[in-house]
Every structure is written in C-alpha cells, then in structure tokens.
Design a binder for this molecule. Structure first.
Ligand code: ATP
Ligand code: MG
Length: 556
C-alpha cells in the first residue's frame, strides 16, 4: 500500500516480527471520552490503524474512561462516528471501565507483594514530599504500613468508608529515583462520583499511569503508541506490567504530537470555546475537530493523506494549516462538480437581449472529468455578476467590467458595459450592457479576444444561498498545544480569537442546485471549494461553507 512509507515505529514492528519477539501486531486507539476528536487524534488513529493493517494485525478502539467526572456517552458516540467517517473500522471495542474489577485485583496483588501502600497524606503533601528534579523525595510516614493494614484500608476505601482525597493507594517504588514518575506514584484515588458506564459501583478509580499499561496488557496490545509527553512514564508503564504479573508485555512507543498553525488543539480549550458559546458547537466549521472539518467540507481522504504526509518522528513541530488545504484541493479537484455562484451580487441588464426570452446553455460539470457530463444553465436579459467584477474607474491591468470594456461571460457571450445606473447617493445599483450573439460559447468564435472571463447567474431563476466564509479562529500563529497534565491556564488564549473568523453573506447559485443535499461539495468557479452545511441548510435556505479558496502559494 502506498502509505507504508518507512518510519521508526514501523521499523520496530518489522524487527519484532523478524526476530520472533512478536508473532502478531495489535495496536489501539485509546481516547478519553471527555470531548470530541480533533485532527491531532486523527494522526494517532491513522498511525495505529495503518500499521496494524499493514501487518495483518488488529486495532482496538478503547475508551479510556477511568475518570468518572469528565466523561460522557455523547463523546463516546461522537468518537465512534468520527473514526468510522475517517474510514477505519476497529476490531475490538472496549471500555477501560470494564476492567475495573481486574485492576482492583491487581492493586490488591501489589499490596500483597509489599509493592503498594495506602497513604493518608493530602494531595498537597504528596506533591511536597515528591521532591524536585534536583532533590530526592521524602518517604511518607505511612509508607511502611503492614500488608494487613494496607489490605484492610484499601478494602475500606473501596467500600466507601472515606471521603474524596482522604486516602490514596500508592505504588511503592523509589522516592529517590531520578525519574519523578517512579517516586511512589498514586495508583488509586477515591472519587464518590457516578460513572457513565459503571454507575455507583465504584468509589475508587485507578490513575491513568496504572490503568493504561494494564488495559494494554489485558487486550494483548503489542505496540502501545502514544505521544512523547509519556516518554518519562515508560519505566512506570513497564513496572506496572511486570509487577502486576501480566502474561503479555505491550511495548510503549512514543512519537511527536501533531501541532497545526492557527489551531487550538487541546480538548480543554476546545471545550471552553464550545461552553462559552464562542463557536457553534464542537462541529463548528472553524474548529479543528474531526466533526468540524467534516462540516466545513474536508474529506476523510484529504485528512488521511495530510496526516501521513506529516510523517512520524519523535519531534513535534508545527505544520502549516495550508498543507491540509493543499490535500483537500487535490482530493476535490476531480470529485467536485464545477458550478457558478455569485457571492456579492450586482445586477446586469443586457439591453439588446430580447425581453422575456430565456435560453438554456450547455456547460461541462467538470471539464477535467468529461464522464461527469453536462449541466444546463439559463441565460436571459438579466443576470448577476460579482460586485468586485465591476469598477467604474479601474486601475491599470483591471480586465474585468468597466465602462466601455468587453468581457466574456463563462459558458455564454461577450458583454460590453454601456451604462452605469446609480441611486441618489451615487451607489452603483445596476449595470447596463449589450451582448454580441456571435460570441456564444462553444461556437468557435475567433473574431476578437477579451482578457476577462466572469462568472454569473441568471437573475430570474437564480436560487438564493448563504455563503459562510472562514478565517482561522486564532490570530496567533504559534498557539501551543499541550496535554491536560502539563497545561497551565493562560489568559491569553481567548484574547487571540480572530473577530473576523466568520463572515456570512447572501448571494445566488445556479437553479440546477436548488435541491442540493447537505455535505455536497462543489467548486464555485473563481471562488473555491464549498460544502453544503448539514446543520443550517433548510429547504428554503441553502448554506455553503467555504472549504478552501482555489489558489495557494503552498508547495509540498
Ligand atoms: P488533548 O491533549 O487534546 O486533550 P488527549 O491526549 O488528552 O488530547 P486522549 O483522548 O487522551 O486526548 O487521546 C487519545 C490518543 O490521541 C492518545 O494516544 C493521544 O496521545 C493521541 N493524541 C492526542 N492529541 C494528539 C496530537 N496532537 N497528535 C498526535 N496524537 C495525539
Ligand atoms: Mg489525555
């Protein structure tokens, strides 16, 4: 398959299979259902599914739902929909919460082995005792509780005898380890909260660092691919797998996360945009969520190719969002029908065209794909052109319509501007032109040449449409993305919102589009690619989202 270009993770897998370390490949995509997926997640999805696919392996979808308060079934469903839309089908579908009993038993095993203890220190004290990169940590006064006492306390934690935060279970590893993750990490905490899957069955919940390796091992995941912020946790990951005596040994491998210019890519921030009503939901076309990109009109093919092109490495730089645009243009070029739409209409009356006459003109649906056939567009005495395509007093090299100038109307005739009609305030309200019947498109007219070709829509049959034009949501090019764990709340984030990120205008489209279905993608001549918005389009109001304009300076 074309996407199996070499990368270091692939090399590890090839080597594992060659040396017999592994006889099969199983990967997983493990989202926490606390928000919608974004394009960063798409990278993880593509890597995991592509690799397993190449080696006839399996990829599980596993909801990492170990935190009862932030998670919701709405997110579970949205995540499934997005993965399917991206073109992937998981093998196993699992919930980490299904393993709570097994994880509990593993914690008991650690206690019995003298490898875990119940600690009464508060969260603040634990942080204080943990030490720093330069200084070793201090042992908790509760560290040397007897196994019996630990078993009893942990059982009572489970039974709900203690309040949130009163006690935790910690792994007993090494308070002076240079790796802070190994300084007796907390592996269970008390949380009296209802879980979306297990209800009120549990009031203690495993911490990510303990739960994740167990989840991978339970599912016999061979290559557990994650992002580089987990690199320092790898020794703990391996410790958990070994000390819990798991029969399979997954290997954690880290790669650099995807960051894109002008895009917020932290679930916490995306959630904030949604909750504060700054955007029109998780699927707002300005959002870098999969559902936002879908609604905007990006295709799964373009997203997959983009993500593959960004490559897999340990480093995590910023990728220019124009690269994604490049791939969607490439994908839509041959797929999207071409059409004409006037976004900011200006009426043109063709004074020498017979009144009441309408003729139908033939036009190719996509000249690059003749098999797509032809469409019919009406032409008559009144049409709309783009306001930008007329200037009363043009600068040099303006080849569009101005008094005395002749232009070509795409698929129709040459017209010449004869008169400008203005209102009392001097605003141009209408242009009067004449046309030359000899110049009809497709008749091979060579009598004279014109420099400008304009798009247009016949006025009496034109269908009104709403166009939504987008700019990046953030004005800052270097918006950092980071994990929830390492994030500090920055005041600046909402200050960077681009006030011009959405512009709504009303124009006209060809009448053959009046019953167009939501999510249809079209190329509007001279404008760009547009998608029919699935949320706001109604029978009487077709809404188009601008996917990308036609031209770009971006080169791969
Ligand atoms: P965020 O930091 O945006 O809140 P997350 O990492 O908390 O995302 P998870 O649901 O835990 O979200 O992520 C599921 C998987 O997607 C993880 O394996 C994670 O490493 C991966 N992932 C998340 N963001 C990116 C990214 N920007 N690039 C590559 N992989 C990512
Ligand atoms: Mg996470």
């Amino acid at each position: 398959m074309e996407h199996n270009s070499s990368n270091f993770i692939r090399n590890i897998i090839v080597n594992d299979l060659e040396t017999g370390k592994r006889t099969h490949v199983t990967t997983r995509f493990p989202p926490e259902p606390n928000g919608y997926l974004h394009i960063g997640h798409a990278k993880s999805i593509v890597i995991n599914f592509d690799l397993a696919d190449e080696f006839n392996g399996k990829t599980n979808l596993r909801f990492d739902d170990t935190n009862p308060v932030k998670e919701d079934i709405e997110f579970v469903n949205a995540i499934k929909e997005d993965i399917k839309w991206l073109g992937y089908d998981w093998d196993g579908l699992f919930f980490a919460s299904d393993y709570f009993q097994e994880m509990y038993e593993k914690a008991v095993l650690l206690i019995k082995k003298g490898k875990a203890y119940v600690d009464d220190l508060s969260a603040d004290e634990i942080r204080e005792y943990r030490g720093t990169l330069k200084e070793p940590g201090k042992e908790s006064p509760y560290r040397n509780r007897s196994i019996e006492e630990n078993l009893d306390l942990f059982d009572r934690m489970r039974k709900g005898e203690f309040g949130n935060g009163e006690k935790v279970l910690r792994a007993k590893i090494d308070m002076s380890s240079p790796n802070i993750n190994l300084r007796d990490p907390v592996i269970y905490r008390i949380s009296h909260a209802t879980h979306h899957n297990t209800g009120d069955q549990w009031c203690i919940y495993p911490m990510y660092a303990f739960a994740h390796p167990l989840e991978d091992a339970i599912e016999d995941v061979t290559h557990s691919i994650c992002t580089t912020e987990f690199e320092d946790q790898r020794p703990l990951y391996n410790w958990v797998v070994e000390e819990c005596e798991m029969t399979t040994t997954p290997q954690q491998i880290e790669f650099g996360r995807l960051n894109i210019t002008n895009a917020v890519m932290s679930k916490r921030k995306l959630k904030q945009l949604v909750e504060e009503g700054i955007v029109d939901g998780w699927d707002d076309p300005r959002m870098p969520t999969i559902s936002g990109l879908r609604r905007r009109g990006y295709t799964p093919e373009a997203i997959r190719e983009f993500v593959r092109e960004t490559g897999i490495s340990k480093g995590s730089g910023f990728v220019d969002s124009q690269m994604l645009d490049h791939f969607v243009r490439e994908d839509l070029k041959l797929k999207a029908p071409r059409t004409m739409g006037v976004l900011r209409p200006l009426k043109v009356v063709i004074t020498n065209y017979p009144e009441g006459q309408v003729e139908m003109l033939d036009a190719e649906i996509n000249p690059e794909v003749p098999e797509m056939g032809m469409r019919q567009i009406p032409f008559s005495r009144e049409i709309y052109i783009e306001q930008d395509d007329f200037m009363e007093d043009p600068p040099k090299k303006y080849f569009r319509l101005f008094p005395g100038n002749e232009v070509r109307l795409k698929h129709a005739y040459f017209i010449k501007c004869e008169e400008v009609i203005k209102d009392e305030d001097g605003n141009v309200v209408e242009i009067h032109c004449t046309y030359d019947p000899e110049t009809k498109s497709g008749t091979g007219f060579t009598g004279r040449k014109v420099k400008g070709t304009l798009h247009w829509v016949e006025a009496t049959q034109a269908v009104p449409a709403e166009f939504r034009l987008y700019e990046p949501l953030l004005t800052d090019e270097s918006e950092e993305t980071s994990t929830e764990e390492t994030e500090v709340v920055e005041k600046t984030f909402l200050d960077q919102i681009n006030p011009n990120s959405l512009e709504i205008i009303n124009g006209f489209i060809e009448p053959n589009l009046k019953d167009i279905e939501p999510q249809t993608k079209l190329q509007f001549f001279r404008h760009g690619y547009f998608n029919v918005d699935p949320k706001h389009t109604t029978k009487d109001n077709i809404v188009f989202n601008l996917v990308v304009s036609l031209k770009s300076s971006f080169k791969l």
